[in-house]
Design a protein. Structure first.
Length: 285
C-alpha cells in the first residue's frame, strides 16, 4: 500500500444539486461544514432527489459572502443566508427512515427551484430547525451518537480515485463511455489505494489525531446513471451494471457498490482538512 492522501474534498450544500470542490475545509462530526445542510421536500415532507427530478443535476451551488447561491444556465439565480432562520414555520420531514424537524430556508428559493425544475408539486427548500438534530435510525451501523444533516446515510462518503480509474478501464474495454467522480458524489477522494481497497480498511488516522471510521460499502442507485452535464439517464443504465460486475455489494451480486460510508471521531475544535493531507491506516480496536 502506498501512502494514503486526501486527493480532493467535496461538499454538496443542497442534497442532490451540484457540489463544490474545496481544497481546505472545516470538518465536523456531522460532516464537512455546509454539506447537505439544505434539501428539497415535497408537500408531505419527503425529500426529493435526482431519482425523481434528474434536472436537479444541472443546478449549481456556491457559497459567497455569507450566502448560499443557486443558479442554472438560462434561469438566473437566487441566494439565501447560510444561517438558519428561527422565524420559519417548523414542520416534520423525512430522509429515508430518519425523521427530522425542519424549517423553510427561503420562500423565494423554494419558488425559484419549483419553477426551474418544473416540479409537478410545490417544493420547499428546508434546513434543520434551530435546536434540532436529525434522529439516528441506524445506530448499529454508525453509532448512536452519530448525526448527519441530510446525507442519505453517514456523515461522510469516502472513495478512492483508483476505483474510478478501474471502473473507467472496464467501461472502455466494453466500448462504453467513461464517467467522472461527479456521478458518485463523494466527500473525500483518496489517493494511494488499489482499486476498491477502501472497502478493506476500517480506520484512517489524520495527522491531527482524529480518526475516520470506514463503516460499510455504499450501495449505489439510479443517480449514477444520470449524466451530470445533461441530466439524461443512460438508456443502458451504465455505469451501474458494469460497476456491479466488478464491485458488487457483499451478498448482493447484482447491486453495485462504490465508496464507503464513514464517520469521524476525535476532532479538535475548529478542525480543518485539506487536499494533500496524509491518512494512516489503523486496525479496528
Amino acid at each position: 500500500m502506498s501512502e494514503i492522501h486526501i486527493e480532493q474534498l467535496y461538499i454538496y450544500p443542497v442534497k442532490s444539486l451540484r457540489g463544490i470542490a474545496v481544497n481546505n475545509w472545516p470538518v465536523t462530526p456531522q460532516g464537512l461544514l455546509y454539506d447537505r445542510q439544505w434539501m428539497l421536500v415535497m408537500p408531505n415532507g419527503r425529500f426529493v432527489s435526482q431519482r425523481q427530478l434528474p434536472q436537479m443535476a444541472l443546478i449549481d451551488t456556491a457559497l459567497e459572502d455569507g450566502s448560499l447561491l443557486l443558479s442554472r444556465d438560462g434561469h438566473g439565480q437566487v441566494s439565501l443566508p447560510l444561517s438558519p432562520s428561527a422565524e420559519g414555520l417548523v414542520r416534520p420531514a423525512a430522509v429515508w427512515d430518519d425523521n427530522c424537524i425542519v424549517t423553510e430556508a427561503s420562500a423565494e428559493a423554494s419558488a425559484w427551484l419549483t419553477q426551474v425544475l418544473q416540479a409537478p408539486r410545490p417544493l420547499t427548500l428546508v434546513q434543520l430547525a434551530p435546536g434540532h438534530q436529525r434522529l439516528q435510525s441506524q445506530p448499529e451501523r454508525f453509532g448512536a451518537d452519530t448525526h448527519t444533516q441530510f446525507a442519505d446515510a453517514a456523515p461522510f462518503l469516502v472513495a478512492a480515485s483508483s476505483s474510478l480509474a478501474a471502473l473507467n478501464q472496464t467501461l472502455q474495454q466494453r466500448q462504453l463511455a467513461a464517467v467522472d467522480m461527479r456521478r458518485f458524489r463523494p466527500n473525500i477522494v483518496l489517493s494511494g489505494l488499489q482499486p476498491f481497497e477502501e472497502h478493506q480498511l476500517s480506520q484512517l488516522r489524520h495527522g491531527d489525531g482524529s480518526r475516520l471510521w470506514l463503516r460499510d460499502h455504499c450501495e449505489r442507485c439510479i443517480i449514477t446513471t444520470i449524466d451530470p452535464d445533461t441530466a439524461v439517464k443512460d438508456p443502458r443504465r451504465e455505469p451501474y451494471p458494469t460497476l456491479a460486475s466488478i464491485n458488487a455489494m457483499p451478498g448482493k451480486p447484482r447491486a453495485a457498490a462504490f465508496g464507503v460510508n464513514a464517520t469521524v471521531e476525535g476532532l479538535a475544535a475548529e478542525c480543518r482538512w485539506q487536499a494533500g493531507d496524509a491518512l494512516k491506516p489503523l486496525t479496528a480496536d
